[in-house]
Design a protein around this ligand. Structure first.
Ligand SMILES: *Cc1c(COP(=O)(O)O)cnc(C)c1O
Length: 400
């Protein structure tokens, strides 16, 4: 049995145990407090919930199926595998759940301009999509390295009417894009809302994003009861900032028999600068508004990271995950680039589903664990996104 979390999370100041909080310049304190107040007000408002549910259903395509992966199950010869199909959502990943929630909130707050950061471009596309849909001006910050490796998503954002700012500072990836978005927010805070894309950053972002993503787990819990009349034994999800994983895990946290496994990017192996597995080589620190596990050197300089999947390639992990790990409620492991690529191909060939490279890390871990489990057991793997965006990159690495 796993331990069960009893205290509510986070506390009133956004702390998950020793993690989380709000570490920002003075100029951002006021907008974050305003956001916190308006978010919790909206969360209690049935009209806001009704509107959100309407768009999630009619525009985004919820509920997503919980699909029994029969051939993968047979091939592995262990537990029954179910896939939570977030890949079937509009724009191709779970990111739209949060983007939709936050844009409705921005509208309530009277904001007319939206900004966001993006790594692989999935969150940028989701944000550009909901901005187009509601006719709000949209600016997306993206590292120039990511712009080059995810060119398709850059075009998608531009077609949707967003301005894409290519960020050339530092490592030129996600961390620098977040810095630029925060700088923009400080300058334009009055009319601008910052749609942060994962369960990370200063309070209230981690709790707000989790709550917008928990619909994944709420649906999966209901669906597994419909199909199997019982709880699953294990949940598996990949962990970048941690939003798809916490979205699946959260509604099951009180179910002591349900084990949970978060999968980070092992890259080329656990060697400094060759991976993005914060729980393998990381330590406690503060980055971009929150206190969590961070890949840093002995002087507190943020280390370079590497992963075949841009969406997992970030030096810090969401504070709630750091806390759930301390509490031994969730186990964290990693999958390497090679394992993820192999899982990508296996799912395509056995199930007719091309997963995102991020999600392929969760599939890789299922391939490792499931054969060691009983045929009576049930595993739910979160398929956080589809792999269309990754096709060119995989074709360059794997002979097909
Ligand atoms: C962005 C992304 C991730 C990683 O982000 P989380 O916040 O950890 O979920 C995972 N999968 C896909 C498909 C993504 O686009």
């Amino acid at each position: 049995m796993s331990s069960v979390i009893t205290a509510p999370s986070p506390d009133a100041n956004g702390h998950f145990g020793p993690y989380g909080g709000r570490y920002v310049p003075e100029t951002l304190m006021h907008p974050l407090q305003e956001l916190e107040r308006e978010y919790f007000r909206a969360q209690q408002d049935p009209e806001f919930q009704r509107e959100l549910n309407y768009y999630l259903r009619q525009f985004c395509g919820r509920p997503t199926p919980l699909y029994f992966a029969e051939r993968l199950t047979k091939e592995l010869g262990g537990a029954k595998i179910y896939l939570k199909r977030e890949d079937l959502l509009h724009t191709g990943a779970h990111k739209i759940n949060n983007a939709m929630g936050q844009i409705l909130l921005a509208r309530r707050m009277g904001k007319t301009r939206i900004i966001a950061e993006t790594g692989a471009g999935q969150h940028g596309v989701a944000t550009a999509t909901v901005s187009a849909m509601f006719g709000l001006k949209c600016v997306i910050y993206m590292g120039s390295v990511d712009c080059a490796r995810q060119e398709l998503n850059v075009y998608r954002m531009k077609m949707l009417g967003a301005e894409v700012v290519s960020v050339t500072a530092g490592q030129r990836t996600l961390k620098e894009a977040v810095n630029e978005a925060m700088r923009d927010w400080v300058t334009n805070v009055r009319g601008t809302h910052y749609i942060l894309g994962t369960a990370y950053g200063a309070h209230p972002y981690p709790v707000m994003v989790r709550n917008f993503q928990r619909i994944i787990g709420d649906e999966a819990r209901r669906q597994i009861f419909e199909q199997e009349e019982r709880l699953p034994n294990l949940l598996i999800a990949c962990v970048g900032g941690g939003s798809n994983a916490i979205g699946l895990f959260y509604p099951f946290l009180d179910d002591a028999s349900v084990k949970m496994l978060g999968v980070e990017a092992g890259g080329e192996g656990i060697i400094p600068e060759k991976h993005a597995a914060r729980f393998q080589g990381g330590s406690l620190g503060v980055l971009q508004g929150t206190r969590s596990f961070i890949l840093q050197d002995e002087n507190g300089q943020i280390q370079s990271t590497h992963s075949v999947s841009a969406g997992l390639d970030y030096a810090a992990v969401g504070p709630e995950h750091a806390w759930l790990r301390d509490e031994k409620r969730v186990e964290y492991t990693y999958a390497t680039d090679e394992q993820a690529l192999s899982a990508f191909m296996k799912l395509a060939r056995l199930e007719g589903i091309i997963p995102a490279l991020e999600s392929s890390h969760a599939v890789a871990t299922a391939i490792d664990r499931v054969p060691k489990m009983s045929r009576e057991d049930i595993v739910i793997v979160n398929l956080s996104g589809r792999g269309d965006k990754d096709v060119a990159q995989v074709a360059a690495k794997v002979r097909v």
